[in-house]
Design a protein around this ligand. Structure first.
Ligand SMILES: Nc1ncnc2c1ncn2[C@@H]1O[C@H](COP(=O)(O)OP(=O)(O)O)[C@@H](O)[C@H]1O
Ligand SMILES: O=P(O)(O)OC[C@H]1O[C@](O)(COP(=O)(O)O)[C@@H](O)[C@@H]1O
Ligand SMILES: [Mg+2]
Length: 345
């Protein structure tokens, strides 16, 4: 039986660990494995290669994805679905394992509704996928961001400055909240709550008056900011669009830093972590989670459990409906964020 695997959306640490786990389990099931290049594009362009124990050996700890990735949406390409169906038929592919976030798995949900045999694996550093407690890649990103916040603390303290640290998070503030709590941030700004910069400035002035002469502000790149009472909240983008036609985010940290300096007079600096959070080796936690997801996904194919994805519930790996995983985004709950707020004083 031939099974194809693809990785879609932004890359994240642990993708290679999943691919390796799938291929190793597949050999026990007697599956022939095929790697699709660059996400759904690999099916549209019929671009793939054979995955074996040899071609996937030594990749467990490596960042990125040996399959390549893209944000190509098969439903936005002319005859996309037909082309995908034809490639599956022509190559005798029994099932497709799609490793991706809410975007890739939304396409997987629709394909599965069209009758294709699809199994999903949840990935994203953003941790915004519903239906699973955690995605792999998130832990690594949080470790990197926490180390950055720790390092910014010592220099901010020496110079008595405010330092703004911009982290990733398109729709949600999981990385910002976790790294902010772990690194002891004094303000955390997340996409779930539009940022009122006047309130932030007043808060920093109060901190300073209380003798705390430096502050760390963590801001997720998807945070909407409100510059004045008259203005609406807005996203900060680079002006360019990504491959999927969405605004490319980035730059909110610079605006927040400039506004803090202007409103408080405190010397302020900004650090944008960007893709450093997504590159390089996964943590041990992410390697283990990715490996468990990969083995489970392969077993789902063997059991004929299609239209579902591997998911983490507590410490169990379970099978969750793809439609449930993509029904809504998993945002940081208010109660969770309130824990971070205890330490903002
Ligand atoms: N609702 C949708 N239906 C079908 N395809 C989608 C949908 N949303 C996004 N996609 C496709 O999946 C791609 C990957 O999504 P993206 O958010 O970039 O990565 P991820 O899979 O990590 O969430 C998108 O660029 C788009 O081409
Ligand atoms: O620079 P890129 O590749 O366009 O991606 C930036 C986006 O990708 C992410 O890192 C991850 O998002 P996805 O998992 O949905 O791809 C976001 O935090 C960020 O907004
Ligand atoms: Mg996404």
């Amino acid at each position: 039986m031939k099974v194809a695997v693809l990785t879609g959306g932004g890359d994240c640490p642990g993708l290679n660990a999943v691919i390796r786990a799938i291929v190793r389990r597949a050999s026990e099931h007697g599956f022939e494995m095929m790697g699709l290049r660059d996400g759904w594009k690999g099916l549209l362009d019929d671009n793939h290669f054979r995955l074996t124990r040899e071609t996937t050996s030594g990749i467990l700890h490596r960042g990125g994805t040996i399959l390549g990735t893209s944000r190509v949406n098969p439903f936005k390409v002319e005859n996309g679905l037909e082309r995908v169906k034809r490639a599956i038929e022509r190559n005798g592919i029994h099932a497709v394992i799609a490793i991706g976030g809410e975007g890739t798995l939304s396409a997987a949900t629709r394909m599965s509704q069209e009758g294709l045999r699809i199994v999903g694996v949840p990935k994203t550093i953003d941790n915004d996928l519903n239906g699973t407690d955690f995605t792999f890649g998130f832990d690594t990103a949080v470790h990197i961001a926490t180390e950055a916040v720790d390092r910014l603390h010592s220099t901010a303290e020496s110079h008595k400055r405010v330092i703004v640290c911009e982290v990733m998070g398109r729709h949600v503030g999981w990385i910002a909240t976790y790294a902010g709590i772990a690194g002891g941030a004094d303000v955390i700004l997340v996409p779930e709550i539009p940022a009122d910069l006047e309130a932030v400035a007043q808060h920093l002035v109060r901190r300073n008056a209380g003798g705390r002469t430096f502050s760390i502000v963590v801001v997720a790149e998807g945070t909407r900011i409100k510059l004045s009472a008259e203005q609406n909240e807005q996203l900060v983008t680079t002006g360019a669009l990504d491959e999927a036609g969405r605004p490319r985010l980035g730059g909110v940290g610079n605006i927040v830093a400039a506004e803090i300096e202007r409103r408080t007079g405190f010397e302020t600096r900004v650090s944008v972590l960007g893709h450093i959070q997504r590159g390089g080796a996964p943590t041990a936690h992410d390697r283990v989670l990715a490996t468990r997801f990969g083995v489970h996904a392969c077993d789902m194919v063997a059991r004929g459990e299609f239209g579902k994805m591997a998911a983490l519930r507590g410490n169990e790996i379970v099978s969750e409906e793809l439609a449930e995983a993509t029904r809504e985004l998993k945002r940081v709950p208010e109660e969770f964020f309130k824990v971070a707020q205890v330490f903002f004083g």
